[in-house]
Design a protein around this ligand. Structure first.
Ligand code: SAM
Length: 226
């Protein structure tokens, strides 16, 4: 019986993949990649030669049908994203729900690995036994309402942010909850990994004085309301 493996891959440091993850990628009949060029770097690093196919947020029904066909033929398929855990602010959930509906005999198996959200929480020094994860904040509609919710949250709030919007987001955090401590987990698992903590105003000053710190990948963690 075919299996669909959902495989976590590194978020920066290529060593951060499990032995099981490597074994599954090696033995898969097909690896579905968000971007085949990105995953090829990981596969090449570990000398893994395996057929790949792209599967991303713009993939249409024809691609979904092709994947279903492969599973019907009994092929083992592994799904990865560019980095971290598929479906966490990444493509995959439509594929998985379609497989569960149309091919209930196919097992969907998790091969856990890193995710930026858990990596950030693990080193931010915040209460993390429960938390609210918002993925990427909307750019326009609902954005202001969300800042209101973050302000009132009794749980630690975590979200992803791009370097292009980090200043804008810190400015909004400063306007809505200037007294709250915020943590920027930056470039996790990479050479310049760091967590910058402080009130939004202080973080804005840091990023404006040291523009190199406004580059790279960010997870934003907001302390809960006391
Ligand atoms: N599925 C991925 C996961 O499990 O972490 C997340 C994919 S999402 C498209 C990409 C976002 O995750 C980035 O914009 C950034 O906010 C965050 N991210 C990914 N890698 C990161 C890293 N090494 N350091 C900090 N944030 C990271």
């Amino acid at each position: 019986m075919a299996t669909l493996y959902v495989v976590g891959t590194p978020i920066g440091n290529l060593d951060d993949i499990t032995l099981r993850g490597l074994a599954i990628l090696k033995s898969a009949d097909l690896v579905l990649c968000e971007d085949t060029r990105v995953t090829k770097k990981l596969l090449d690093h570990y000398g893994i030669e395996v057929p790949t196919m792209s599967y991303h947020s713009q993939s249409g029904l024809a691609k979904l049908d092709k994947i279903i066909e492969n599973l019907e033929e009994g092929k083992n398929v592994a799904l990865v994203s560019d980095a971290g855990t598929p479906t966490i602010s990444d493509p995959g959930s439509v594929l998985i729900s379609t497989v569960k509906k149309t091919l209930p005999q196919v097992q969907v198996v998790s091969i856990p690995g890193p995710s930026a959200v858990t990596a950030a929480l693990s080193i931010a020094g915040v209460p993390a036994s429960d938390f609210l994860f918002l993925g990427f904040l909307p750019h326009k509609k609902g954005r202001e309402t969300l800042f209101g919710e973050i302000k009132e949250s009794k749980r630690t709030v975590v979200f992803y942010e791009s370097p292009h919007r980090i200043i804008k987001t810190l400015t909004s955090l400063d306007e809505h909850m200037g007294e709250r401590t915020v943590h920027l987990a930056r470039e996790l698992t990479k050479i310049h990994e760091e967590v910058l903590s402080g009130k939004p105003e202080k973080l804005l000053q840091t990023l404006e004085t040291l523009p190199e710190k406004a580059r790279g990948e960010f997870v934003v963690v907001v302390d809960p309301v006391k």
